[in-house]
Structure formats: C-alpha cells, structure tokens
Design a protein around this ligand. Structure first.
Ligand code: FES
Length: 202
C-alpha cells in the first residue's frame, strides 16, 4: 500500500453541518461538524491529518476542527475582512510574519495560500499561555472592542488581540502571531490539515 493510501486511511473526513458556528471562549467545546469517519485511537494519538470539506461554510463564520488535540480554526474571510489586513501594519508586532509561526507558503499578509487567499487556517490557541481566543469579527462598536476595532480575535485571559490573519497586536502579552498549521488543498473546497502541499515537500 502506498504512503498516500495509508494517509488517506488515517484521515478523518469532516462534513460541515449546514450552520457552522465557531467554538469560542476558554476551552474547546463546540464541535460544528459531523464526523463521518473516525480514525483509530492510535492514529489520533499520532496526530493524523484531518480532511475538511468547507464547501458549506458560510463566509465570515468560524469553523473549529480538532487536529493533534488542538482547535484549528477555518474561516472563509469576506473581502471586507481581507481589506482590513493592509491597514494594520503599524499596530502589529509582526506584520510580515517574520517569526516562524507558519509554513513558508503562508508567510504573507493574509497568512494563507495563493490558491485561496481568503481561507484562513490557524491553531486557535493564544501564544501567551494557551487560552482559546474569542472570535470578534464584528467591526467597530458592535464588537465591544472599541470604535476602531477592525475585526479579529481577542484572548479573554490576559487581553491579547489578533487581527483577521491571526497577527498579534503590539503591547499585549502574546509574543507571536497565531500558528498556521500545515495544510493542503485536495480540491477547491477540501483541505487536509496536517499535510503540506506537494510542491512544499522536500
Ligand atoms: S493566554 Fe491569551 S493573553 Fe494570556
């Protein structure tokens, strides 16, 4: 059996429920997805890649999956969300993602892959002490984050803030941007979290 087939066998196929709602808050609780295949306990412990069909994920909605025991967020960002990214450089601690918190193919302003720059895939754990930040996608006063808030994430434990690409703001406890895990596209609407694209493999 080829390595590829072995990997396929270990993966979990996730199919989105029609109304995916993000898992937020301290702790990792909500599971807005349906498991159609469960990996063996051994594969799970080893951190098997997770296949995710995001075709039914609405724009601007946070989907949380589990990979290697960690919450991984998947968001199809709207164009309005994307437009904010270029306006925040002076407010961010590492706007160019110089710290290696992402694969090389996600070292860009949107911290995404060229194939789908609006698709954000990040580990949803604060880089300070590991709390799960809250989704704060609303803009301005509606966000309770201040009139100038452009949308992003807020860690309730000690107040760290991140933009829509998971880039950390200056002067907060979190030292680095949120990590981007390896992921590759199987199709326009299916990714595998935990595997690099073929062209990125050495
Ligand atoms: S754990 Fe997030 S700010 Fe401390």
């Amino acid at each position: 059996m080829s390595d590829q087939n072995v990997n396929k066998g270990r993966r979990r196929m996730l199919t989105l429920a029609t109304s995916a709602v993000g898992a937020v808050g301290v702790g990792f609780m909500a599971t807005p997805f349906i498991l159609s295949m469960t990996p063996s306990a051994r594969a799970k412990a080893a951190g098997a890649p997770v296949e995710v069909d995001f075709s039914k994920l609405a724009e601007g909605v946070l989907l949380t999956i589990e990979w290697q025991g960690k919450p991984v967020w998947i968001v199809k960002r709207s164009d309005a969300m994307m437009d904010t990214l270029g306006t925040l450089t002076d407010l961010l601690a590492d706007p160019e993602s110089d710290v290696e918190q992402q694969p090389a193919y996600a070292k860009n302003q949107s911290r995404a892959q060229e194939k789908h720059p609006n698709l954000s895939v990040m580990v949803g754990l604060c880089t300070h002490l590991g709390c799960v930040p809250l989704e704060k996608f609303a803009i301005g006063p509606a966000s309770d984050m201040g009139d100038d808030w452009p949308g992003g994430y807020f860690c309730p434990c000690h107040g760290s803030k991140f933009d829509m690409a998971g880039r950390v703001y200056k002067n907060v406890p979190a030292p680095t941007n949120l990590p981007v895990p390896p992921f590759r596209f199987l199709s326009d609407t299916v990714i595998v979290v935990g595997e690099n694209p073929e062209e990125a493999k050495v």
